[in-house]
Design a protein around this ligand. Sequence first.
Ligand code: NAG
Ligand code: NAG
Ligand code: NAG
Length: 327
Amino acid sequence: MMNTNLLLFALLSAASAFHLPSEGDEFHFKSWMAQHNRVYSMKEYYERLQIFTENKKRIDKHNEGNHTFTMGLNQFSDMTFSEFRKSFLWSEPQNCSATKGNYFSSNGPHPDSIDWRKKGNYVTDVKNQGSCGSCWTFSTTGCLESVTAISTGKLVPLSEQQLVDCAQDFNNHGCNGGLPSQAFEYIMYNKGLMTEENYPYTAFEATCAYKPELAAAFVKEVMNITAYDEMGMVDAVATRNPVSLAFEVTSDFMLYSQGVYTSTECHKTTDKVNHAVLAVGYGQDSGTPYWIVKNSWGSGWGIGGYFLIERGKNMCGLAACSSFPVV
Ligand SMILES: *[C@@H]1O[C@H](CO)[C@@H](O)[C@H](O)[C@H]1NC(C)=O
Ligand SMILES: *[C@@H]1O[C@H](CO)[C@@H](O)[C@H](O)[C@H]1NC(C)=O
Ligand SMILES: *[C@@H]1O[C@H](CO)[C@@H](O)[C@H](O)[C@H]1NC(C)=O
């Protein structure tokens, strides 16, 4: 004979294991869908509602705790981290190991804070890589745009698509990953990079359509900062220009909203880094030093498209693989 209490218990625990979405969850989900222009088939609606509800629970739980950063809903809130990783991060480790870099830092003294966005017209608007693992091209253009603007006084958005389509000979792999240092090498040997306007971004890999007569930015030398020399990065950002870096994105970062990001989920080694971005400055917030970093997930993500990440601890391997060009 079946014990009804036991049956009830089994049903309830099954429900809680699957976190059956409530009316409130559906309400949140529908307003999120409207905000992000999402339309689903009936079947997909329930799958996405489930994932969204899990993500929202994680956000609420995190935000109740004592952390230096908050999580929030964003355009990725209906995705699992493994789906997210497939669309936006490198699928395999890149050759990112400047065991001995060629950048020698001056050892300071350095200012307590610096923000290249405020020093002049040196940083272009936040861009959006779409569903293509091309972060490395945005880190590259972002850095070269700034270095060129600091040198010439003219800030011009440059072409990611040229790097996606044309930089394969330097161990870059279009939508499947690449490295800013290798992209700078490509630009140096190719003798130029076109503008965003003349070679616009599509988020798909296509045949190289580079036109040398339209080259708009150039690289004379590639500076690699020795792996794990985070002081070298501080020196470069303080005394020269924004710096391209790579780090490991884990599931907690997908839901970042604001504040100084720190993680115990990520690693610190070159073989784990899976996303390239651009450090445009640094500072500190009630004793916690941080980097100011430009991302390429649109201006709706994070703090207007930027994030802060703890500085001085090689957080998530951010000092493993940094570089910048000399123009
Ligand atoms: C929150 O964390 C900070 C930094 O770790 C600590 O100084 C503070 O005491 C914590 N506050 C609470 C309420 O736990
Ligand atoms: C790493 O470098 C080796 C040797 O140059 C190359 O064969 C390999 O494809 C590179 N790996 C990646 C992910 O670019
Ligand atoms: C900098 O890094 C790139 C790519 O990782 C490499 O090809 C290049 O040789 C390095 N440059 C120096 C001067 O070590």
